[in-house]
Design a protein around this ligand. Structure first.
Ligand code: 2NL
Length: 342
């Protein structure tokens, strides 16, 4: 009775192989689970006469033992030892091995968000070298010969005469874009910049900047203001107010610092904004006609605006980080706070 069937199952068990967990699972489904062929044999017990039950039961139990013994062997061979428990049995209800998932560094997340906002209003991305010549980092940008930024204390020089230095801003990238391309130019230049400064909670010798540049016919200060209004509301929330304070940069005229209403107190005054209600997020201005001419753009025909922001500064405001050094120390207790929720 069922003899051939049982012999066939035994042969199948003996021949079974598994080199992956998938194959192991297939084996389990076929020979171990309730609905397996072995399970079916047990089900058949109910339909069998009393006299035959003893003998049949013995045979079926033998098959079951063979199936389980083989299963253990296959588990060993697949090497899924981790799921094994003390009694040598596999607990398939255990959760899978925890795969640690990293998070996006807050500086990366901030940069990505800034890029996204400007890409949606027609800015492209530009990149350039971190090691620059004097022309692209200073001279083309209208820095006078004796400007303090050109001093050894402020800039990391690699060579002198001719001067080669680590770029101090990503404006150098935009000079390269203007030299190469004709207006209309709408470009965003994020990147690493270097200044010879002592490291503290508020300053680092390596940090990140994003600069924007728009050059075309009839680009006005109104365009500059509206673009940065839009950015501030997208980045910090639609209640955010923006204020422009007159300033000076060698490469823009007129120039303005960009302030936003304090995110923490909403403008009422707190520690973060030093009770002024405003925090600075960057600088901006109309591109100086000299800079356009230096880059081969006719300043009679074209005008432009530009702005620059520190990515660390934006991230600190957004995530309420109070020490710049946290970005580079890679302390796991800091980084883990930016992990996605599992
Ligand atoms: C700041 C100020 C600024 C620019 C960057 C720029 C670039 C070109 C021409 C003119 Cl090619 N200007 N960039 C303009 C004004 C301010 O950055 O506080 N950055 C962190």
């Amino acid at each position: 009775m069922h003899k051939e069937k049982i012999e066939q199952i035994k042969a199948e068990i003996a021949a079974a192989k598994a080199s992956t967990t998938d194959e192991l699972e297939k084996y389990r489904m076929r020979f171990i689970s309730k609905k397996s062929v072995v399970g079916e044999l047990f089900a058949q017990m109910r339909e069998i006469s009393h006299e035959q039950k003893r003998e049949f039961g013995q045979v079926v139990n033998e098959v079951k033992q063979l199936a389980e013994q083989k299963f253990q062997e296959l588990i060993e061979s697949v090497g899924s030892g981790k799921q094994k428990r003390g009694n040598g049995q596999v607990d398939l209800t255990l959760p899978p091995t925890n795969i640690p998932i990293g998070g996006i560094h807050p500086l990366t997340a901030t940069r990505q968000r800034i890029i996204e906002i400007f890409e949606r209003i027609g800015f492209n991305l530009s990149e350039g070298p971190e090691i620059e010549d004097d022309w692209h980092n200073f001279t083309a940008l209208n820095f006078p010969e004796n400007h303090p930024a050109r001093e050894m204390q402020d800039t990391f020089f690699i060579e002198k005469n001719p001067d080669i230095a680590l770029r101090t801003h990503t404006s150098s990238v935009q000079v390269r874009v203007m030299e190469k391309e004709k207006p209309p130019i709408r470009t965003l230049s994020p990147g690493r910049v270097f200044r010879n400064e002592a490291i503290s909670a508020r300053a680092h010798c390596i940090f990140h900047q994003v600069e924007g540049l728009y050059v075309d016919r009839n680009v006005s200060f109104a365009d500059l203001k509206q673009t940065l209004y839009h950015f501030a509301k997208e980045m910090f929330g639609k209640e955010t107010k923006v204020r422009f304070r007159p300033s000076f940069f060698p490469f823009t005229e007129p120039s303005a610092e960009i302030d936003i209403s304090c995110l923490i107190c909403g403008g009422k005054g707190c520690n973060i904004c030093k009770h002024s209600g405003w925090v600075e997020i960057g600088g901006s201005g109309m591109v100086d006609p000299n800079v356009l001419e230096n880059c081969g753009i006719d300043s009679e025909e074209f005008t432009g605006f530009a702005f620059g922001m520190g990515i660390e500064r934006i991230a600190m405001l957004k995530y309420q980080i109070n020490d710049l050094r946290l970005f580079t120390e890679n302390d796991i207790r800091f980084l883990q706070q930016f992990r996605p929720l599992l």
